[in-house]
Design a protein around this ligand. Structure first.
Ligand SMILES: C[S@@+](CC[C@H](N)C(=O)[O-])C[C@H]1O[C@@H](n2cnc3c(N)ncnc32)[C@H](O)[C@@H]1O
Length: 320
């Protein structure tokens, strides 16, 4: 949808200042906090905050809180994005060498913090992993369920350390990983870069309200996320909303189990799911599911289930 003349003028005014152009160029590369921007731009936080407020009001960027910090990113409004891309395309050099260097410093600091965090939680994950069939068997089954592609747009909801993106991102022209935790996104950024997967956008966001366009993805993944959520039905509905006609949604989670310890020790909200539960939610969301693939544990433990659901190719296409 296009903007009115007043909105366009306000947005152009919002961008029309040297520091603000630098901010737009930086946010085109990454989501950044006020503190990080202040370090990169070498300007005081109040000064940077004033610029950010103006640009937010002009609809060019958006702010979102994450724990104790507030981050900024380019607006997800398609018209605002077109305007920002056009403005940045006009510049012969999008950002100065110093801005580049300092953005890299910020990324390295984040990676160091993320690694420390990962080391702290990794032993807990290893305990859970030891309860089910080996990871490689699950991943091989996911690869088969996804199919060879190529996919136009893959969306991985609750991407965590980005494992699904490194596993399947190479089959997609464009991939988006979304997670609520900046720490996890930082790990994902590092892993995706190491794996050399191109065209991946890592976005901070909530699976319950992704703000991604409807029916825009031909492969959507929700891998080991649902059991952490208070309202899995709503998450499935949101994931399904993103699936385009002919596209598919893969849900990978545990079958119903009775390991109560996982609630206390690992913050699981749900002790797995029954096929009927997931199927009902998928049907309510307008998708057609096939029987799940079951990967039982070698001995006592957790069964991993992979549900594949498609939006029929003749389904009505909705506008985002
Ligand atoms: C066990 S990890 C699974 C990560 C990943 N899918 C994988 O394949 O390894 C669960 C992830 O879900 C994310 N998460 C939890 N609640 C979320 C929400 N409401 N919206 C988005 N991500 C969420 C967590 O931050 C975490 O990274």
């Amino acid at each position: 949808m296009n903007w009115t003349a007043d909105q366009t003028i306000e947005a152009l005014r919002g961008a029309g200042e040297p520091t603000r152009l630098r901010v737009l160029a930086l946010l085109a590369g990454d989501e950044l906090s006020v503190m990080e921007l202040s370090h990169i731009l070498d300007q005081s936080q109040p000064r940077v905050s004033r610029h950010l407020k103006l640009m937010t009001e002009a609809g060019l960027i958006e702010r979102f809180p994450d724990g104790a910090r507030v981050y900024y990113r380019l607006s997800s409004d398609p018209t605002a994005r077109r305007l920002v891309d056009t403005v940045l395309d006009l510049l012969d050099d999008r950002s100065s060498e110093q801005d580049h260097r300092r953005l890299d410093e910020v990324r390295r600091d984040r990676e160091a913090a993320a690694e420390a965090y990962f080391e702290q939680v990794a032993p807990q994950w290893d305990r859970i992993r030891s309860l089910y069939v080996c990871e490689s068997a699950v991943e091989a089954a996911i690869e088969r369920a996804a199919g060879p592609g190529p996919f136009e747009r893959l969306v991985d909801l609750g991407t965590g350390s980005g494992r699904m993106l490194t596993l399947l991102g190479g089959r997609a022209r464009m991939a988006v990983g979304l997670d609520l935790s900046q720490n996890m996104l930082n790990i994902a950024r590092a892993k995706v870069a190491q794996a050399g997967v191109g065209k991946v956008e890592l976005r901070h966001g909530d699976i319950f309200a992704t703000r991604l366009p409807s029916q825009s993805a031909d492969l959507v993944l929700v891998h080991q996320v649902l059991h952490y959520l208070a309202d899995p039905a709503t998450a499935i509905n949101e994931a399904a909303r993103l699936v385009m006609p002919g596209g598919k949604l893969l849900i990978i989670d545990f079958a119903r189990h009775d390991l109560e310890e996982l609630r206390e020790e690992h913050q699981h909200r749900r002790l797995g799911f029954t096929d009927a539960e997931i199927n009902g939610w998928l049907a309510d969301a307008g998708l057609r599911a096939s029987a799940p693939i079951a990967l039982p544990p070698d001995k006592d433990g957790l069964t991993v289930l992979i549900w594949t659901a498609v939006r029929p190719a003749d389904a009505k296409r909705s506008v985002a």
